[in-house]
Ligand binder design. Structure first.
Ligand SMILES: [Mn+2]
Length: 357
């Protein structure tokens, strides 16, 4: 595996490439063209400029998170074919710049959903948290309003004000879309892009829905082992792969995380590893990465990645806000750097332990 760090780009991220370069063991960044709207074409020149900026810092681009999918593709309507053409061209341009892993998601309307962006924990750190009761009591069109004041002046991925201004129209567009239709539309999209992925060896890595169940009555399909196996089988190509995200699959306690990892051997192209602390099955918060601070056994997660010979990029995920840092919720420097170091420590212990057997 390669330890990486998510970086939103100059002008968007409070964390600098220089800071990332100084985290021991981190050699690559997972980045994006953050100003691009879903469906928009990425030119080769823009990608090259991003690549040159990253490489000038002594790091390299390990993959893209995300090239976002336009809602017309997810709903299978409107200008879907035009947006797929743009997507194919974008993948081609990434391939020409020697970038070979693309993370994306197929979540309707909202990206990952949290009800609090700064819950205060006993140690004074703040974390993102989710309470089902809060979601059940809120008008979905007010969701953005309810959290936007806690974004610390940043734009959170998937929560762009331009999209959220149209949230009512978006809900309307999805009113006839159920799980089966969403699967059909995903299949249509994947079949169209597989030729370019094969030509340039681009590994597509679908990110799970977060939380891993339907919110506000919207369909959600990338939520458990059964559905992810179906998704891989319906377009059976190694380039049609998966991002394992511990914090997203882990929202549903019925998901056995090491077992899901083992079922993805050969199709797992990217891993997000973090912990959650459950206060009840309907209330969780994003704890530190350390096993003892949350509800997951992080050793078992890393061991499963080792056992399937995972060789793709891995990154720490949402961190706590600590040491008075002001940053995008979940995406400060300090706690994610601690997370990367901890995960590297687990990995070293696993590798050396196995070699001594
Ligand atoms: Mn994730």
């Amino acid at each position: 595996m390669e330890m990486t760090f998510r970086w939103f780009g100059s002008g968007y991220d409070t964390v600098t490439l220089k800071q990332i370069r100084q985290i021991p063991g981190v050699t690559g960044v997972i980045t994006t063209l953050y100003n691009k709207m879903p469906g928009e074409l990425w030119t080769q020149e823009e990608i090259r400029a991003l690549k040159e900026e990253v490489e000038a810092s002594g790091l390299h681009i390990s993959g893209i998170e995300s090239v976002n999918i336009h809602d017309d593709i997810k709903t299978g309507s409107g200008d879907r074919d035009l947006y797929i053409e743009n997507y194919i061209k974008t993948l081609e341009n990434l391939g020409k710049e020697d970038i070979h892993m693309v993370c994306y998601n197929f979540m309707p309307v909202f990206d990952w959903t949290r009800t609090e962006l700064a819950r205060v924990r006993k140690d004074g750190s703040t974390v993102m948290a989710y309470t089902q009761a809060k979601v059940d009591s809120i008008d979905p069109e007010k969701m953005f309003e309810s959290i936007k004041d806690s974004m610390n002046g940043t734009v959170m991925p998937g929560w762009e004000p331009e999209r959220m201004a149209k949230v009512k129209e978006l809900f309307e567009a999805y009113k006839d879309i159920d799980d089966e239709k969403l699967f059909d539309n995903l299949k249509y999209f994947l079949e169209k892009i597989m030729p370019v992925c094969n030509q340039y060896d681009i590994k597509m890595a679908i990110h799970p829905d977060d939380p891993a169940w339907s919110v506000f009555g919207l369909p959600r399909i990338i939520i458990n082992k059964e559905n992810i196996l179906r998704m891989m089988k319906m377009v059976d190509d190694p380039h049609n792969g998966v991002t394992f995200c511990a914090g997203s699959y882990g929202t549903n306690l019925a998901n056995d995380l090491p077992d899901i990892i083992r079922s993805l051997k050969g199709r797992l192209h990217f891993a997000h590893v973090r912990n959650l602390k459950f206060n009840s099955p309907d209330d969780f918060e994003e704890s530190a990465h350390l096993s003892s601070d949350g509800s997951f056994d992080m050793y078992e997660i890393m061991k499963a990645l080792y056992d399937i010979d995972f060789d793709g990029p891995i990154r720490p995920d949402h961190g706590r806000m600590i040491w008075d840092e002001v940053a995008m919720p979940g995406y400060g420097l300090y706690d994610r750097a601690l997370g990367a170091t901890y995960l590297n420590g687990l990995w070293e212990a696993i590798v050396k332990g196995e070699m001594k057997k």
